[in-house]
Design a protein around this ligand. Structure first.
Ligand SMILES: *Cc1c(COP(=O)(O)O)cnc(C)c1O
Length: 375
């Protein structure tokens, strides 16, 4: 007898998506341009409250073009949080720039503004900062922006995980010079795969769209003065995005309810803490995470194994990038040498099933398994 599968976070479709996709087929706009692409850009700018957007094939492509548009190139130092998915950093390497990893702070698990300030003392010529809003929790944007301003360096916000999260009432992704979102299959809304770059500056999104469509100069005869990319979003996937965006607030409310349910269920257990939320923000709670108290006999692997045995999906916290073999030669800056916050979160944490289709019964099953383990 197979127990019902419970997912970490997978696509939730509503039917509206198919309507927009059908329209694309009916009008034969099956191409990386068309009315859905333009409309999805416009609807996204309205939703997050930003002036301009460029729809792309992936969040990773958006980070890549953000760096390209800002002129980041060979040998330039870029500060990247250590505790994030590798896609945050890979484009830095595509451009032959030099990532320097910054440790997390405890309050939100995101890039530590203090460690960032230390990193600028060490690398005063650094060219850009990429901040991430991990698992949907807004980073300490005021403090990070203050450091960036002091050194006159642009902030790129990797809001791949935090669409719908706000900081002091304003959407994450709209604070930096450039913000990026992802619509990968497990994100809060999805287009199967896709991304978007947003900015207040029209010149930035214009240049992004130009580079994303092979950098063709405005001439009939296929003239190129720059190397371009094939990174534009297709009109079919943009249709999925338009349908999903209609349900964005619903998805956010369900994700938040999942977080609250876990928090409440473990509130009497000193061994378990939920991932912290920024008190200045409203998180989308893309993934609910827990950490296990220092010295507890239960490890994250034991929790993941117990869930897997019951056909329930969970996953480790992102392994810090400064610990990855591929980035072994990169520098890493922390607040103080006495502790490594990102590594500690990785060692003691895990991501809990956060799929918005989880029923009350599913949630109770997950919670019961975890509580039993700690008895
Ligand atoms: C998902 C993700 C990305 C990459 O987005 P894709 O659309 O999958 O390319 C980048 N950064 C973070 C933090 C992510 O979680």
């Amino acid at each position: 007898m197979d127990k019902k599968r419970i997912y970490l976070s997978c696509p939730t479709m509503h039917g509206d998506e198919q309507r927009f996709v059908q329209e694309a087929f009916d009008t034969n706009w099956v191409a990386p341009l068309g009315p859905n692409v333009n409309a999805f850009e416009k609807e996204m700018t309205e939703y997050v409250g930003v002036s301009h957007a460029s729809a792309l094939s992936a969040g990773t492509a958006a980070i890549h073009l953000a760096l390209r548009v800002l002129g980041i190139g060979e040998g330039d130092v870029v500060f990247v949080p250590s505790l994030t998915f590798s896609a945050t950093c890979n484009p830095v390497v595509y451009e032959k720039a030099v990532p320097v990893f910054i440790d997390s702070e405890r309050d939100t698990w995101n890039m530590s503004p203090e460690a960032l300030a230390k990193a600028f003392q060490k690398y005063p010529d650094a060219k850009a900062v990429i901040a991430v809003h991990l698992y949907g929790t807004p980073a300490k944007l005021d403090e990070l922006l203050a450091v960036c301003k002091e050194y006159n360096v642009p902030l790129i916000e990797d809001a791949a995980e935090s669409l719908g999260s706000t900081y002091k009432g304003k959407h994450t992704g709209t604070f930096g010079k450039i913000g990026i979102y992802s619509f990968n299959g497990n994100k809060i809304i999805t287009t199967s795969g896709g991304g978007m770059l947003v900015s207040e500056e029209e010149e930035i999104t214009k240049q992004t769209t130009f580079l994303a469509t092979q950098a063709r100069d405005p001439a009939r005869h296929y003239q190129h003065s720059q190397i371009g990319f094939n990174y534009r979003m297709s009109n079919v996937t943009a249709g999925i995005g338009r349908g999903q965006l209609l349900h964005m607030e619903e998805h956010k409310a369900l994700k938040q309810a999942i977080y609250r349910k876990y928090k409440e269920a473990f509130s009497d257990m000193p061994q378990i803490a939920m991932n912290p939320l920024n008190t200045c923000g409203d998180a989308n709670n893309w993934l609910s995470c827990m950490t296990i108290a220092q010295g507890c006999r239960i490890t994250p692997d034991m929790v993941m194994d117990a869930l897997a045995e019951e056909n329930i999906e969970s996953r480790p916290i992102w392994k810090p990038l400064h610990l990855q073999p591929v980035f072994a030669d990169c520098d890493f800056v922390r607040e103080n040498e006495a502790e490594c916050v990102s590594e500690d979160i990785f060692n003691r944490g895990l991501c809990l099933p956060s799929d918005i289709k989880n029923t009350d019964e599913d949630m109770e099953r997950i919670i019961r398994i975890i509580r039993n383990l700690f008895q």
